[in-house]
Design a protein around this ligand. Sequence first.
Ligand code: PEP
Ligand code: MN
Length: 363
Amino acid sequence: MEIVDLNKWGIKNDDLPLGIVGPCSAETEEQMMATAKDLVHKNVHVFRAGVWKPRTKPGTFEGVGEPGLKWLCKVRDTYGMKVGTEVATDEHVRLALKYDIDVLWVGARTTVNPFAVQELADALKKYGGLDKPVLVKNPINPDLDLWIGALERFSAVGVTKLGAIHRGFSTYEKIQYRNVPKWQIPIEFMRRLPNVPMVCDPSHIGGKRDLIYDLSQTALNLEFDGLMIESHEKPDEAWSDASQQVVPARAIEITEELELRKAKAENSATINKLDALRKQIDELDHRLIAILAQRMDVAKEIGQVKKDSNVAVLQASRWDELVGDRTEKAIAQGLSEEFTTRFLTAIHQESINNQDKLMHSSK
Ligand code: PEP
Ligand code: MN
């Protein structure tokens, strides 16, 4: 995928994170205009509103459709902001382009379906929308390849202004968040596609307005390129996602209070300090790898002894004892039980694989 500089997208021209703010849904012209009026601010580049709403259950508000696009145009004409909406079908793309909506995004429920994503990519080509910025939300299930695959479909037809939105992942368990963030997934996305801007949607991750600030700060700490925040003039009366929307003044306050990290530390004392700490990490990692390799050699020797005396590879009681002992020591040194268990399990699996290979070899 090509190198993308957000400032070349025609939607912003500053060093600020991309700010996409606005109601979950376009409800009425009055609601749109009243919300937009209070969102005019340097931190808000794009006014968002869903005009077609993918809902979990039928019978709930499914969006106002085409009139909502007219209201978006009125917001743009009146307040000078760029505007964006979600598209999910060929017809949505046709209409969004007809009204020259500035930014299109693909919702989480659409990204899961390669047929639907392909339909959108083909529609952008068919209706002359290859130059539009397209932001692809993560699929509702934590599948990085599916997410990246969706961007590849747009790239393949010739869309060049491609970005991603992290909105968390659906889970059956009761958790603090509406959608678990699983930060390691967007981080891995950014490692694999460093040129694709990543926007965080703390409103859909949190599901509650009180969580938006902290989630946004975490995203900025992780070098995300922007934020998408849901804001409504009367959040409690919103027709969708009421509990996660904030009044415009609060949305702006959040963007103003966030601490912006510079991607590159400018001050030389900081650079030197970071360099020294990174050298320490490099050194520790080299030692860690050497110790793991050494441990694996011993495990292989044990495997040989087991093979020679015809003993089974897996000895559960020995393993239980080992995990208990190591976890206790790890916790005492400040490591979490969850991490220790996962780490030991991975090492154990590799030992078993090696010993098993040995059992099947002729030596
Ligand atoms: C939305 O942005 O309002 C929306 C429906 O989001 P998601 O696709 O992340 O659920
Ligand atoms: Mn919403």
